[in-house]
Design a protein around this ligand. Sequence first.
Ligand code: ASP
Ligand code: MG
Length: 324
Amino acid sequence: MDDTIVLKFGGSSVSNNENLKIVANKIIDFKNNHKNIVVILSAQGKTTDKLISEAFELTEEVNKRELDALVSCGEQMSAAKLSILLNSLGFSAVSLTGWQAGIYTNNTNQDALIETINTERICSELKNGNIVIITGFQGVNEKLDITTFGRGGSDTTAVAVAAALKAKNCYIFSDVDGIYSSDPNKVKGTKKLTKISYDEMLQLSNEGAKVLHNRCIEIGEKYKIPIITKSTFNDNYGTVISDEKIENDEIKSIIKKDISRISIIGNGIIRNTETIVKAINFIKQNKLEMLEFNVSESKISITFKNLVSDRMLEKLHNEIFVNK
Ligand code: ASP
Ligand code: MG
């Protein structure tokens, strides 16, 4: 549909009424500038954790079908609450469950894959001028039983709905404002990236970055939906995940997985001898013992014999990004 924007808000963005109001105002800003607004919501705060642990308090062997029926309620609550709020502010909105939104999946409870999205209902609500709010991370299988997509799966709902509607962009709002050149909690001097390609982002996710649900990046790449990660709580620029440039060979990010593996990510890194040499020298100079040094099209991965400290990660980050 023309001029359609999908906005997804994570659990901490909707954790209480104050935050729900911030989210409502952000949505209203978008509604004032675009025709069709579709919102995907996560459950509020730690609701999903709480529902899961309540189920396991009843029994160690939780029935999988019923677990999906239970955890899907978290998103139904947040979606309904946001809709109540938007309607009270004079903006007509409607909340839809996965089933009402036409999201059909396979039968794998807790890890269901989306098979199709029948957008009829979403489109008719949009045509009537409604802001459409859809519960994240859930759909229905062929029996119309509720299924869920795995933890963090609301991102996947958002990008899949954006693809089905041929939306312009899919914004993922959360409490982090983008993708950084390394983990800002561990490394001083990181910078936020303005852009990153789908492939680089997938590599980062696979190496342990927990910013997005992996599957949403694959869908974004397949259907060419630009994914924009931004903070709910400020207006800072975010990071755009797309394939805007045909070729692009900047180094994007360095990440430490588990405790003994560091990866440097950037398209075409295999041809970037300067960075490969820097990484090798770094290992020698710091007398680090490595088990494996692997270079692929967009990643250098080094597995060390011993644990590597955050300090080492920071040192390598500075070598690559600061002392260029
Ligand atoms: N509420 C679900 C979870 O906590 C899905 C999501 O937030 O994306 O995993
Ligand atoms: Mg998430």
